[in-house]
Design a protein around this ligand. Sequence first.
Ligand code: PMV
Ligand code: MG
Length: 363
Amino acid sequence: MSVIEEQAPGKLYIAGEYAVIEPGNTAILVAVDRFLRVRLTASEEVGSLTSSQYGRLPVRWRRSGDHKLVLEREENPFDYVLSAIAVTEQYAREQGRELAFYHLDIDSQLDDSSGRKYGLGSSGAVTVATIKALARFYALALSPLMLFKLAALAQVDIQPNGSCGDLAASAYGGWIAYTCFDREWARRERATHTVTDMLSRDWPHLDVRRLSAPSDLHLVIGWTGAPASTPALVAMVQARKSDSATHYDDFLSNAKRCMKAMVAAFEAGDTKCIQAEIRVYRRLLHSLGKSADTRIETPELDLLCAEAEHYGGAAKTSGAGGGDCGIAIFNADNDVSALLDAWTRNGILPLSLKVHNEKRHAA
Ligand code: PMV
Ligand code: MG
């Protein structure tokens, strides 16, 4: 056994954010060609974890209710690595493999050495890439769905408030429609079932469907330069949903309708209709942000969207918002160079990312 190298792509949310946290709701995501790579070298008696980037990432903290410092989960990527190892090794043991030692070295294009995060989902990608490397090390064959389920079990153990949509995008690649499973169910069942059982069972509500983008669809991505904490934003919206229960229920039912129409538009190859639904979802996020008193669309993201709309695109925040990226959907016939100039003049960095398609076969 020499060296194993695996990678997982970063992701962007196209639509469905926040609603997808609730089981049975759907989001559309895309995997992009920036990667997190894991290199595994077999060793003896001692293993190690290293990362050129993580060593220099700032460790951010906030205060909990009793004023204690709490490290931000997202800023502690080794948690994800350890959890991915724990789940995969449990599965390896169940499959009769002997556990061994190894060095893991992580190299991420999703965080840069100054600690900047583009919001492309580094915690999801490090989870998926670690599982892929270990699966090869222990000779475990994984389909994309099994890879997703292992990653989701690892994430459920440490980050209870995420939808795991990022994991589905990293595990499948390309464009996907992801419908969130019931995390409470998964947590409960995991306690009394083997990982092998969990992989073979149907998970309530879970659905991952590959989509293909219409050939005339052009995805344009802008980065605000402001990092945002997804767990903190999600926690704020979740904490306030019972204060404005009617608004939240309205949001969920409107989101469901919009996402159903958007998935149908992808299947019909109708870019105009996709654009119309992107605009609908942006408005839904506006009203969610307002009723939860949470700044999802910051002034920078508002400007990013307004400029894209001005040049004929349909734009919205991507993911939890509060910073990070915005996306714009154009028709391939539109010339976007004037938009890119306008963004750059206004402090928005165009990211030249391409859609990443995984090879479409089981590993
Ligand atoms: O900010 P991002 O790209 O990590 O996306 C978060 C999307 C949410 O729906 C708000 C949270 C989630 O886990 O689905
Ligand atoms: Mg984000």
